[in-house]
Design a protein around this ligand. Structure first.
Ligand SMILES: Nc1nc2c(ncn2[C@@H]2O[C@H](COP(=O)(O)OP(=O)(O)OP(=O)(O)O)[C@@H](O)[C@H]2O)c(=O)[nH]1
Ligand SMILES: [Mg+2]
Length: 257
């Protein structure tokens, strides 16, 4: 419990055998449910995760690899069902500093935001830590995602470190989440369409000497650009519809079964 609120952390993991145990050890004791989603890893990630003595741990698995976005959706559904009031995402590769977790939880737990996400660009010295390829891609996508989602003050669209309340989870789970690396952009567009309150929280960028990434720039760029362009188109259509028919907020989705 965090100040009386039930907290879950979803940990997507794919081939993280060297880091998953450390990641699980680092999750603060106030977290009630730790939901690892092993996505058909071939290196024993799931086995190592199951060995952890962590209280409240559940290890879920996909029979075949479905992508990080699909894994997070699986974890979100399990957290919702477990009754979590605030559900966070922390990657299985120890790239999210547990010291930042309570700053993400706080605004969501106490009604200032439906969804709080990390912003590594608000961290002093980010450009000394973040690789140039990541910084450039992220700045471009952050601007495009602002246009697609309507959140003009939200930046670092590619940061997956986030906390969501039950209403935000109901919105996210009301349709299929983009299954691969574009999922944070998809989530922001969907939250924006429903008028959810999204807040940026400064978090520390972590790129240690053993950093490795599953992202292959050549394969992620086209689907990601398509996703944000579709988001922009959908937002434009909603704007036109509003002009013609008057304000029509999207109905709030039913909670997941
Ligand atoms: N379940 C699942 N997790 C995945 C998959 N791909 C990546 N992940 C996990 O998602 C987290 C982030 O993946 P990375 O490839 O490091 O991407 P990133 O951290 O957003 O970006 P970098 O800055 O390049 O490290 C890690 O914990 C991965 O294990 C997948 O297909 N399925
Ligand atoms: Mg990573």
């Amino acid at each position: 419990m965090y100040k009386g609120r039930r907290i879950a952390v979803v940990v997507p993991a794919f081939n993280e055998v060297g880091k998953i145990a450390r990641t699980l050890r680092s999750i603060p004791g106030f977290v009630d449910h730790v939901i690892v989603v092993d996505d058909a890893s071939q290196d024993g990630t799931g086995r190592i995760a199951r060995r952890s003595q962590r209280r409240g741990l559940v290890v879920l698995g996909h029979a075949r690899n479905r992508g990080v976005g699909a894994a997070i959706a699986t974890g979100y559904a399990a957290a919702f069902e477990a009754g979590a009031e605030v559900t966070c995402v922390m990657a299985g590769d120890s790239q999210m500093d547990p010291a930042d977790l309570s700053a993400l939880i706080e605004p969501v737990a106490f009604g200032r935001a439906d969804y709080a996400k990390g912003n590594r660009f608000a961290w002093p010295g980010v450009y000394r830590v973040m690789p140039v390829s990541r910084a450039v891609g992220n700045v471009v996508l952050s601007h495009l995602t602002r246009l697609a989602s309507g959140y003009g003050r939200v930046f670092d669209s590619q940061c997956g470190y986030a906390a969501a309340n039950r209403q935000a989870l109901a919105i996210i789970l009301s349709g299929p989440v983009f299954p691969r690396y574009g999922y944070p952009n998809d989530i922001l567009c969907r939250l924006g369409a429903h008028g959810a309150r999204v807040l940026d929280v400064p978090v520390r960028p972590v790129y240690g000497p053993e950093w490795h990434s599953g992202i292959r720039i050549s394969t992620v760029v086209a689907p990601l650009l398509r996703l944000v362009l579709c988001g922009m188109g959908a937002r434009l259509m909603r704007g036109i519809q509003r002009r013609i028919l008057g304000p029509r907020p999207l109905p709030l989705p039913e909670p997941p079964p």
